[in-house]
Design a protein around this ligand. Sequence first.
Ligand code: C2E
Ligand code: MG
Ligand code: MG
Ligand code: MG
Length: 290
Amino acid sequence: KAQAAVKIAKCSGKVEIYRNGVLKEAQRRFSIESRLRDALAQGGLSLAYQPLIHLHTGEITGFEALARWDDAELGHVSPVEFIAVAEESGLITPLGRWAAYEAAQALSRWDARFGQPMPVGVNVNLSPIQMARDDVASMFEEALRYSGIAGHRLTAEVTESAIIADPDKARKLLFALKDLQMPIAMDDFGTGFSNLASLHSLPIDILKIDRSFVSNMLEDRDKTVIVRTILSLAESLNLKVTAEGIETQELAHALQQLGCWQGQGYYFAKPMAEQDAFDYWRARWNFETV
Ligand code: C2E
Ligand code: MG
Ligand code: MG
Ligand code: MG
């Protein structure tokens, strides 16, 4: 076997390097899948919560729940990587169910600490694959009922690709979520094939402008034009806008001046553990953060 490998390498070093790369990638993907399966079964994942800030009042209006995974063997794995593996392997269904329940449970634990329902909600990300395969509406209904949380406090973050993949199914799902009083946000807006007609006909409440347009908007005029265009489109369609990836005060100020409703980014806060997010909110509620 080793001799064969040497021969192949001699014949074509490039092919061998390529084969090694593909093999390593397949091995990594395989170990992520099997470790992720265990982590899901054993409670090895957590959610981090990143504040969403009202740009005009500085109030914390809610948090986005972002999956986190530190594995004993693999170390910290980015959600960009393990969500992709979960989507390919079918694990996105149990992962998505876990995230919805965990977010609703976090809200009920926060409410218990606060002594009454907190005036904030949590955003939960939905994968297009999860939306295609699972009954997401009954998943949320059960998570809300189980946790005793009002539907208006869980926002569903969906992407344009889920709507393009199966418009009829997406339409039914979004209206079912509205029946639960859940707000709906369009995530990563601007990066997909935005169908303006669907924005108008679907019950979408919020557009989240992708970080790739926001973060260097002040240096890149084209980006500023895109952000302005999204803001005026949102205004005419009566949608609220959240800007992602705000890393500086200048950017927060510029977006506020442009009339953007809400912001999210490292300038305000990074995603935090459940307890820290509560403390962060508790220390600031009724006070200004901008
Ligand atoms: P997303 O939904 O667009 O989430 C926003 C991402 O931007 C998060 O990355 C967040 O940590 C990051 N971010 C926020 N502010 C800043 C900033 O100022 N600068 C920079 N550089 N980044 C910022 P994260 O946590 O790595 O998540 C990546 C993606 O993974 C998410 O993008 C989402 O698509 C996916 N994801 C995470 N958790 C879940 C989940 O529970 N379910 C599903 N389906 N997808 C998830
Ligand atoms: Mg999101
Ligand atoms: Mg986003
Ligand atoms: Mg994004």
